[in-house]
Design a protein around this ligand. Structure first.
Ligand SMILES: Cc1cc2nc3c(=O)[nH]c(=O)nc-3n(C[C@H](O)[C@H](O)[C@H](O)COP(=O)(O)OP(=O)(O)OC[C@H]3O[C@@H](n4cnc5c(N)ncnc54)[C@H](O)[C@@H]3O)c2cc1C
Length: 349
């Protein structure tokens, strides 16, 4: 008997597993590697929406959880995962500079947007109007976290590498039984894999494909995240992640020439140095039409729960929603209405 059975070892599943570990709860994790969103993600966290200069939903609360959560995971895994880095948003005009200044008057944005325009000192980046600097941003190397965490779970005998069989589960008042596992609670954290889940596929998960490129450049020499039409995210050792596309129609995880060309075109619009293309990766972001996570209990089956809908901001949201689901289950605290799947109860039949 374990306290929790978790299906999915992406940001949502590992976020929950690590939360449970810190609370002294027992758990096992099942994952089949069928979804790649967390491993291809840029890993950035950034409290400002850079298209509109508006605050990210619950940015203060999410950032307050983020730093201690990943620090604790770093301690557990014995490696560095959280790399605070400013984001430099390239201004394309004086008008954009003015819009940035107006936004810094918003008390919700003041802590996160520097009111000084950064001059461009990079010869490899085209930014004649300079940069707006986002503070309290950074990158979590979740690709590494995921690999290391899964390895630790395997060593502890807490990880099953298999596709979850939905027909092999029974639920009763005291918990769930899945094959030879007895658990008090079952939590599905399957990302876009939710589409195959008969318990929760009534939820309106949309899915937005994203592709990234990994490049190497000796000349670029950039230490901040640079954002224009695309992001440049420094990974160290002259390696950079370039992202990302947003594709609504294609739900495969295949990389495409079109996406590669789109990212290269956008990159060359603001970067002017030589580089080598190393690789290209694709995943499906678990997006929801109202842009809020999907968290809560199944409307009918006892002890079956979900964490999903982390969208394009899983790094910030995962620790935040894991804590909320934990408090909901263990302390019977109500979930925030914005994240509760009760908002979609009308779709359940
Ligand atoms: C190109 C790209 C760039 C991104 N950049 C960022 C970024 O910079 N910052 C950020 O915060 N977010 C970013 N995101 C979004 C982020 O990746 C997602 O929010 C996050 O990965 C979602 O995590 P998840 O655990 O819900 O889903 P997933 O990562 O998809 O994990 C689900 C897991 O469940 C497993 N699974 C599914 N079904 C089953 C089954 N039936 N049986 C067993 N296992 C199953 C899968 O194998 C997978 O491991 C990006 C996404 C993409 C695609």
């Amino acid at each position: 008997m374990v306290d929790y059975l978790i299906v999915g070892a992406g940001l949502a599943g590992i976020g929950l597993a690590h939360t449970l570990r810190s609370k002294g709860r027992s758990f096992v994790v099942i994952d089949d590697g069928s979804q790649k969103s967390s491993s291809v993600a840029g890993g950035m966290y950034n409290p400002v929406i850079l298209k509109r200069f508006t605050p990210v939903w619950q940015a203060d609360a999410q950032l307050a959880k983020l730093a201690p959560f990943y620090a604790d995971m770093e301690d557990f895994l014995g490696c560095s995962l959280n790399f605070p880095l400013p984001v430099y948003r390239i201004f394309s005009s004086v008008e954009e500079q003015n819009n940035w200044f107006s936004a810094t008057d918003n008390p919700l944005l003041q802590p996160y947007m520097s009111s000084n325009i950064r001059k461009n000192s990079y010869t490899t980046i085209n930014a004649p109007y300079g940069f707006g600097e986002v503070l309290h941003a950074g990158r979590v190397d979740f690709g590494k976290a995921q690999q290391d965490y899964k390895r630790r779970l395997k060593e502890e005998g807490l990880f099953y590498e298999e596709t979850f069989d939905y027909t092999a589960i029974t639920s009763d008042v005291d918990g769930v039984t899945y094959k030879n596992i007895r658990a008090k609670h079952l939590v599905f954290c399957e990302g876009y894999g939710l589409k195959n889940n008969p318990f929760f596929n009534y939820l309106p998960l949309r899915g937005t494909k994203g592709q990234v490129l990994i490049i190497r450049s000796e000349e670029l020499n950039v230490n901040e995240v640079i954002k224009s039409g695309a992001f440049i995210i420094p990974l160290g050792d002259n390696m950079y992640k370039i992202g990302a596309t947003y594709e609504q129609d294609d739900k495969t995880q295949n990389v495409t020439e079109e996406a590669k060309n789109e990212l290269l075109r956008k990159l060359k619009n603001f970067m002017n140095c030589s580089f080598e293309l190393i690789s290209q990766e694709a995943g499906i972001r678990p997006t929801v039409s109202d842009r809020r996570p999907l968290v809560g209990a199944h409307p009918e089956y006892n002890n079956i729960y979900i964490i999903n809908g982390l969208g394009s901001r899983g790094v910030m949201i995962a620790p935040y929603v894991a804590e909320q689901l934990y408090q909901f289950i263990e302390a019977k605290e109500p979930l925030e209405a914005a994240i509760s799947i009760d908002r979609f109860k009308r779709y359940y039949s």
